[in-house]
Design a protein around this ligand. Structure first.
Ligand SMILES: [Zn+2]
Length: 164
């Protein structure tokens, strides 16, 4: 699977719900997970491989997870700042502030509905990946000054990698 970069319009789409929980979905999740590990990522959302579907995989260090059709049903009022990067925005890292935890309702690969609180590193990853399903990238949260500073680097990625 090939990862697409910022500048590709697919990354800006609101992804569509997963409706079929079949073998094809299982195979896709497996491939997506493999790609995440190959690229040394801690999370990978379907839109990042040009598939506009509401699902992502992640591994906060405790093994691979798959999250399908997630909804954020509650979030912490306390916020934390952590450095983020993204496989679709290679070479760019920035401090981003987000709620310290979120409670998500989601489906697993069989279609079973679960609810779970994600905090710490996992909480950070799932919020970043959830954003991908909404067409949001972490650089969208940066101040205009910080964005202006990163603009040349971002433009290089956009110009050089748009074809991917
Ligand atoms: Zn990302």
């Amino acid at each position: 699977m090939q990862i697409i970069y910022i500048g590709n319009p697919i990354l800006r789409e609101v992804s569509k719900p997963v409706e079929k929980f079949d073998e094809e979905l299982g195979a896709f999740v497996e491939e997506l997970t493999k790609t995440m590990y190959e690229e040394d990522g801690v999370g990978l959302a379907a839109p990042q491989v040009a598939v506009s579907k509401r699902l992502f995989v992640f591994d906060d260090g405790s093994g691979p997870r798959v999250i399908i059709n997630p909804e954020i049903i509650e979030k912490g009022t306390e916020e934390v700042t952590m450095e983020e990067g993204c496989l679709s925005i290679p070479g760019i890292y920035a401090n981003i502030t987000r709620p310290s935890w979120v409670k998500m309702r989601f489906q697993d690969v069989k279609g079973e509905v679960n609810e779970e609180v994600f905090e710490g590193y996992a909480g950070r990853i799932v919020q970043h990946e959830y954003d991908h399903l909404e067409g949001v990238l972490f650089v969208d949260y940066l101040s205009p000054a910080k964005k202006a500073l990163l603009r040349p680097k971002l433009n290089n990625i956009i110009k050089g990698k748009l074809a991917r």
